[in-house]
Write a protein of this length. Structure first.
Length: 110
């Protein structure tokens, strides 16, 4: 299992628990965006979007770069990969149990 001290899994999963933040990540995965561009599809203030971005930034899921008076936000895929590797470790247990369940169901059908 991967356990990089650079990425706190508690912060990552807390950030991913909110559907608005997941939507933001999906949106910026396509390309870098400004805070105003990120806020457009949501019915909330820029301040509310900024709070979501701070949670994502604290989890290191995004990078924020200032360019003049604009902040450009981009996805930090490395943090996402760390969470994916953590889940992949447990996938072997899920698959074993699902294979067992499949065998039981197939036996009952016979």
């Amino acid at each position: 299992m991967v356990n990089s001290p650079a990425y706190n899994l508690d912060l990552i999963f807390h950030a991913l628990a909110d559907p608005t933040r997941r939507s933001i990540l999906r949106n910026i995965s396509k390309r870098e965006r400004t805070v105003t561009e990120i806020a457009l599809p949501f019915r909330m203030s820029l301040a509310a979007v900024s709070k979501h971005l701070k949670v994502l930034e604290r989890a290191r899921l995004i990078h924020r770069q200032k360019d003049g008076s604009f902040y450009h936000i981009r996805l930090n895929a490395e943090a996402m990969m760390n969470a994916e590797k953590w889940m992949a470790y447990y996938q072997q247990f899920w698959e074993t149990r699902l294979d067992s369940l499949k065998g039981i169901l197939e036996e009952k059908q016979k």
